[in-house]
Ligand binder design. Structure first.
Ligand code: ZN
Length: 151
């Protein structure tokens, strides 16, 4: 069961049980819905963006522990940051969990901070979309798209 232990790190379990910013948002000016048909994860990400700053971010929906923890940690990290930083982190996170780094940039995962907890997901191809769903949905919302599917 060590594989599961690697995958479900404590921080992931904690966020999935007590998700941060898990609520709707009436004054959102950007939002998108994301689906991961492979697992059944389905979330809506809400954003209040003003002058390139993410003033507020929240999410609603349902899914597995990994997808929920990923959305929770993402919302916590991106709040009060810029949309440019959010896009940059999306790229880094995506590269880290899809394993595209393969040692080329050894410090890329290290620069993810708490999101490093998801790096272990790279070894489990069926769970990668669970970890990246919230980020793909955020990316869609920032581009002005309203629905995104990982399939
Ligand atoms: Zn999932």
């Amino acid at each position: 069961m060590s594989e599961l232990q690697d995958l479900y790190q404590e921080v992931i379990l904690e966020h999935s049980k007590h998700p941060r910013n898990f609520r709707g948002m009436e004054n959102a000016n950007l939002q998108a819905e994301g689906y991961n048909p492979l697992c059944g994860d389905h979330y809506t990400i809400f954003l209040e963006v003003e002058d390139g700053i993410i003033r507020d971010i929240s999410f609603q929906g349902a899914g597995c522990a990994i997808s929920k923890a990923s959305a929770s940690m993402m919302s916590q990290i991106l709040k009060n940051g810029t949309t440019a930083e959010a896009e940059e982190l999306f790229e880094k996170f995506h590269q880290a969990v899809t394993g595209k780094e393969s040692g080329k940039e050894p410090d890329a995962v290290g620069s993810l901070g708490k999101l490093e907890a998801f790096a272990g997901v790279a070894a489990f191809p069926t769970r990668i979309k669970c970890a990246t769903l919230a980020w793909h949905t955020l990316h869609a919302a920032l581009k002005g798209d309203q629905v995104v599917s990982t399939e």
